[in-house]
Design a protein around this ligand. Structure first.
Ligand SMILES: [Zn+2]
Length: 391
């Protein structure tokens, strides 16, 4: 799977849960299967109720109206099992819903893990404070052509995927909803959560289970595990594809919309800044200075203090100024040298030195000797570091 976050740090991960390998799960005790030493996550208390959007499946082959009711019952079963810790609220707006349930008859839409044949999947964005949002996709047809399929089985899949969307991993016991496979028995009667399913949910949502993402590298570790990818939902995927295709304006427009809808998503903010920086750098490398500086100034205004943006914006202005100065337009180059020196972070002493040096040179050409000396003196440390004078 493609890496879909291209920021410097992993800001959020999408945990796509369809196999036990995804978490390296170990069972703890007989009465529950809360994974030990795995990436534990859950919905924060403050996010209750969890808004749920159930897509109309009417246009999907195999979909029956009863599926919608099965879905509502499935959410209610987990809510009841949570002893008041989890609340769902059905919502009409897919864009703001925290859980989106989609239907498909297209088996290729699901990602198989190892030898499994998936009947559904839950993809969640997990941040340092817990689960942010999930997209559940459920097949409206049998996982394999010609296999038996009925409402009971669909109900089982719904319960299982909602379990994942609540942060549950797989159980190793066949009687549990969170067991990795369903048997023919699932066809016979409507599925029920097992005692272990309920106990595990209760444990996960008890105050005793704290999410400790401060542990160094936990996101990196999780991302390395099979079945876990650094990715996001459809809109973000579209934006990342647009960036890959160098269609930066499209990606920028998508992120600007997403950030209005969900202002707390760090992933969007990070990818937005990342996109503006990429767009800016590429334009500068193509000598489109106006365009490049425009993108980078936007990133700079959006998140002042971001060192990478400061460096890129400084470099952009430095190159722009050099380009103008090389044509002998020394006076015209001045505002860009000034801007470069204003924004370059101290970490880029080399670029500061280059900007100061070339600015001073331009001032000399303009017979502004005192100004040139002042610039050289101000940035003497950087200049000296970068262009050591022979002893
Ligand atoms: Zn599963």
């Amino acid at each position: 799977m493609k890496n879909r976050a291209f920021t410097l740090a992993i800001a959020a991960i999408l945990v796509s849960v369809t196999s036990p390998a995804a978490f390296g799960a170990q069972t703890e005790k007989m009465d529950s299967y809360l994974a030990k030493g795995a990436l534990l996550t859950k919905w924060p208390k403050e996010r209750m109720p969890i808004s749920v959007y159930i897509s109309p499946g009417n246009s999907v082959p195999g979909f029956k109206d009863s599926f919608k009711q099965d879905a509502k019952i499935s959410f209610a079963q987990w809510e009841a099992a949570s002893q008041g810790k989890i609340h769902f609220a059905f919502a009409d707006d897919p864009n703001t819903a925290m859980i989106r349930l989609n239907w498909t008859n297209d088996r290729t839409k699901l990602t198989p893990r190892q030898d499994e044949i998936p009947a559904g999947e839950a993809r969640c964005i997990v941040t340092e404070v817990g689960i942010d949002s999930c997209v559940i996709t459920v097949l409206t047809v049998a996982p394999m052509p010609g296999e038996k399929f009925n409402d009971n089985m669909l109900h089982w899949v719904l319960l299982h995927e909602i379990g994942h969307a609540l942060g549950l991993t797989h159980s190793t016991e066949a009687g549990d909803i969170m067991f990795i496979n369903f048997s023919d028995a699932a066809l016979i009667r409507p599925p029920m959560l097992s005692t272990r399913d309920k106990t595990t949910l209760e444990k996960l949502y008890s105050d005793a289970v704290k999410l400790d993402f401060s542990q160094k590298g936990i996101f990196d570790e999780a991302a390395k595990l099979k079945g876990v990818s650094v990715t996001h939902d459809v809109e973000n995927d579209t934006a990342v594809d647009a960036v890959d295709a160098h269609n930066f304006d499209k990606a920028i427009a998508i992120y600007e919309k997403l950030m209005v809808e969900r202002p707390n998503m760090k992933l969007y903010r990070d990818n937005y800044i990342g996109t503006l920086n990429k767009a800016g750098n590429e334009a500068i490398d193509n000598q489109q200075y106006d365009t490049g500086c425009g993108y980078l100034e936007k990133a700079y205004r959006f998140e002042p203090g971001d060192v990478a943006t400061e460096a890129n914006l400084g470099r952009a202005n430095l190159y722009r100024a050099d380009h103008i100065a090389q044509n002998g337009q020394y006076a015209e180059s001045e505002p860009y040298y000034k801007r470069a020196l204003e924004v370059l972070p101290k970490q880029r002493a080399d670029w500061i030195a280059q900007a100061a040096n070339n600015y001073a040179y331009a001032l000399m050409q303009l017979s502004r000797r005192d100004d040139a000396r002042r610039v050289a003196a101000t940035y003497w440390t950087e200049i000296h570091q970068t262009y050591p004078t022979p002893e």
